[in-house]
Design a protein around this ligand. Structure first.
Ligand code: 5GP
Length: 132
């Protein structure tokens, strides 16, 4: 069972920003930038291109909605998107609010307090609910 499956089931805590029947979005615990969010299918699959074409398109559709909420909640030049998966073998799309190229390079990290994480997650969650 992946660490993200434990997060989705509530066994491990997370700062949730959006959820549907099929997908779950939460703040990355070691963010590249303020607002860095992970979008995850609830059904555990390792590699994104092992998803069915339909499941992949539904993931992209939900990711689009989460990105729109992040754009409203977090001042940035744009929201960048990346899929890596070398650390956690459970499909996840990184959505990262960008100010500069370094924000999407996974070397620059920012530190947030628990309160900052909670406030940020609530802000994105509320924008997501306004839009959906
Ligand atoms: P990747 O697998 O795409 O290389 O990176 C996995 C990402 O998941 C990293 O950005 C890392 O900070 C994040 N991550 C790993 N474990 C946890 C966790 O327990 N909670 C949260 N919220 N994020 C995690």
């Amino acid at each position: 069972m992946s660490i993200f499956t434990k997060i989705i089931s509530g066994e491990l805590p997370s700062y949730k920003v959006a959820e549907s029947e099929e997908f779950f979005a939460f703040l990355d615990i070691n963010p590249n930038a303020y607002g860095h969010t992970l979008v995850v299918p609830k059904e555990e699959e390792d590699r994104i291109f092992d998803l069915s074409n339909d499941a992949y398109l539904r993931l992209m559709d939900f990711t689009y909605k989460v990105a729109k909420a992040i754009e409203r909640a977090v001042p940035c030049k744009r929201v960048g998107m990346s899929v890596i998966g070398l650390e956690v073998p459970h499909v996840h799309v990184h959505l990262v609010p960008l100010q500069e190229m370094a924000d999407i390079q996974f070397t620059k990290k920012v530190t947030l307090t628990k309160q900052e994480f909670a406030t940020l997650a609530a802000k994105i969650d509320s924008e997501f609910k306004v839009l959906n």
